[in-house]
Ligand binder design. Structure first.
Ligand SMILES: [Ca+2]
Length: 445
């Protein structure tokens, strides 16, 4: 029963909703005990190459390039900890980020509509922004994303993604007030709204790319199994990652090199598509590669990858594929040329292991050099935290996935600060935790 509900519409969710469910889920950890027993030792498997999928395009040069970070250990050689609590007492926390202004502050997104500041280990009493009156909250709805403008120090702009009182996705710009710890609630500028046909799969990630454009994650519109085939439909922004220019146009512009900008019957905002619910994605701060955690339906979770410098337009397969597995064979999913054009995930894992992938970050901090270049990600329901590392680019090669921790938390998100340190957002426990390296041999008795 629960197994078929996971990742489906929350309209089939039992009514008792003290604990909203994220992201793409209809069950929290408490009720997750109703699903078949998780296999404690099982780990995600690397997707084998197959005829229906392709790995990301390789660099044109045939000269092997030094693998990034080959001088540092593989995930298998390190251990991590998330025992260092940066802040606690948060409610429905589902994202943490920085303003990039050198202040050292962390900004936490709470699903109810609050943005809170962590400064010097304390959560400031007054929220940075209170958007609770603007949003619909519960299950997969709420305040879902936050991104500060790359020139925030100069212009004071930041952007939020939320489901409005009618449940539709809304992207707005705000400005900071004269007080650096408080936003101006009257400063809102609507960029656009996107109608949501169902309550679930709202995406929500906002991230500025290394190109200065704003990337916006959009789910497939919800329900289950993508009934309107939004993932494979380029005329809808649903089931896609969008890319817009917030520095030109009114209120925004389309980057001229977006992949579908001059094609008829397409949404020119689309950067990549074939996604079900790209709840969290990130760019590697150093290489600028893009990592996407795309939440699966009933069977497989996946991490997708797009190399730096890609022209975009990648089709990650949903609803034809779930992970590397065939999910739907109705048109256009019976078109072999379409199937041949799909980009496979770099890894997927089955629901015997976890139920809702949470995309993470590549560590680029200086505190733990051994972690450099390792991508950390997790599972919201199972609480597992894994790592994988890119070891070569020509062709692309990866380490095996390592199960680093069984956290016991609902990992709703990860976050990364300006120094490249990684944080874990514990949704049910209300804590933000620093991901640290655990010394190989502890000196403590
Ligand atoms: Ca896919």
């Amino acid at each position: 029963m629960m197994a078929v509900m996971v990742g489906c519409s929350n309209q089939s969710t039992p009514a008792s909703q003290h604990t909203p469910t994220l992201p793409g889920l209809t069950t929290t950890r408490d009720t997750a005990t109703e699903v078949p027993t998780l296999t404690p030792t099982a780990e995600p498997s690397l997707s084998p190459s197959s005829g229906v999928t392709q790995l990301p395009t390789q660099h044109p040069t045939s000269t092997p390039q030094p693998a990034p970070g080959t001088s540092t250990p593989t995930p298998q050689e390190i251990s991590i900890s998330i025992d260092e609590v940066v802040a606690s007492g948060l409610g429905y926390a589902l994202y943490v980020t920085t303003a990039g202004d050198g202040s050292g502050r962390l900004f936490v997104v709470e699903q109810t509509g609050l943005i809170k500041i962590i400064q010097d280990g304390q959560v400031l009493d007054q929220p940075f922004l209170d958007a609770t009156h603007l949003i619909s909250f519960g299950s997969e709805r709420g305040l879902l994303g936050l991104a500060f403008h790359p020139q925030y120090s100069e212009n004071g702009y930041f952007f939020i993604d939320y489901t409005d009182v009618n449940g539709n996705t809304t992207i707005e710009r705000y400005s900071v007030s004269q007080n650096p710890d408080i936003a101006d609630p009257q400063s809102s500028l609507l960029l656009f709204k996107i109608d949501q046909p169902y309550a679930n799969h709202n995406g929500g990630q906002l991230t500025f790319g290394p190109d200065g454009y704003l990337y916006i994650g959009m789910g497939d519109g919800g329900s289950a199994n993508d009934p309107h085939n939004n993932g494979q439909t380029l005329s809808t922004p649903l089931g896609a990652i969008l890319r817009i220019d917030v520095d030109h146009g009114s209120p925004y512009d389309i980057p001229p090199d977006n992949p579908f900008v001059n094609q008829s019957n397409t949404d020119p905002r689309i950067w990549d598509y074939g996604l079900r619910n790209p709840w969290r994605f990130s760019f590697d701060m150093q290489t600028h590669d893009l990592y996407i955690g795309d939440v699966g339906q009933d069977q497989y979770e996946e991490i997708d990858f797009q190399e730096a410098g890609s022209p975009g337009g990648l089709n990650f397969g949903w609803r034809c594929m779930e992970g590397i597995h065939t999910h739907n064979t109705q048109p256009p999913c019976n078109d072999q040329s379409l199937l041949n054009s799909l980009t496979a995930p770099i890894l997927d894992y089955s629901h015997s292991v976890g139920h809702s992938v949470t995309g993470g970050y590549v560590y680029r901090g200086s505190q733990f050099p051994a972690l450099d270049g390792i991508y950390f990600f997790g599972d919201f329901v199972a609480g597992k935290l894994w790592s994988i590392k890119l070891t070569g680019r020509s062709p692309f090669t990866w380490t095996e996935v390592k199960l680093q921790l069984e956290t016991g938390f609902n990992i709703s998100s990860f976050g990364q600060d300006e120094q490249g340190e990684i944080y874990v957002v514990d949704y049910s426990g209300g804590t933000i935790r620093h991901l640290t390296q655990q010394a190989a041999a502890s000196a403590t008795p």
